[in-house]
Design a protein around this ligand. Structure first.
Ligand SMILES: [Zn+2]
Length: 195
């Protein structure tokens, strides 16, 4: 077989979380012995481990593994990066798009690494503000570019499904370092991502 995708879960964690999910489902008034729910605690335990796998991943290593000396010094933009995270206040999803730009300073980074570091930070319990800043700081500190910019637009299920039930609101956060602190550079970036 040329390609074999497999998922690995920590058995101990899976068992512990599974047991707790069983209690939670019971507490919510369901019957955990009902056929459709028999394997749900285990599936949910695995899903949560997948969605929080970022704690075990090192974004600095990922970036450093694909940095190349290069004299190109114009703006590099990766836009519309799909993003799925969990809000740390309700453990409900928020999802949307990230747009990242940087201006190299002697080094460029493999383009696929930018979506990967978005995933590393997104697959943790998060708030959108901190997620934005962590991506920004990681690129800034590791690649040390002339400037870096991050914009995230996301819809939060905790707002849409409960509480204020605002179905059509999205939250935008942004952060800028170096050259992007200049209004012209920032505006060029925002124009290029269609903002
Ligand atoms: Zn929330």
């Amino acid at each position: 077989m040329p390609y074999n995708k497999f998922e690995e879960y920590n058995m101990q964690v899976t068992d512990d979380v599974k047991t707790r999910y069983k209690h939670i489902i019971n507490d919510l008034g369901e019957d955990t012995q009902r056929e459709g729910l028999l394997k749900t605690p285990e599936r949910a335990a695995k899903a949560m481990q997948f969605l929080t796998q970022g704690y075990d991943q090192d974004p600095v290593e990922i970036l450093k593994g694909a940095m190349f000396k290069e004299s190109y010094n114009e703006m590099v933009i990766v836009k519309d990066i799909e993003l799925y995270s969990l809000c740390e206040h309700h453990i409900l999803p928020f999802f949307g798009k990230a747009h990242i730009a940087y201006i190299p300073n002697g080094h460029i980074v493999g383009l696929s690494k930018l979506p990967r570091i978005v995933d590393v930070f997104a697959r943790r319990l998060q708030v959108q503000e901190r997620l934005t800043e962590q991506i920004l700081d990681c690129i800034n500190d590791t690649l040390q570019p002339q400037g870096v910019a991050v914009v995230i637009e996301a819809a939060h299920m905790c707002m849409m499904m409960r509480g204020v039930q605002k179905q059509n609101s999205t939250t935008t956060t942004s952060g800028f370092r170096g050259q992007f602190e200049k209004i012209e550079t920032r505006n060029e970036f925002l124009k290029l991502i269609g903002k």
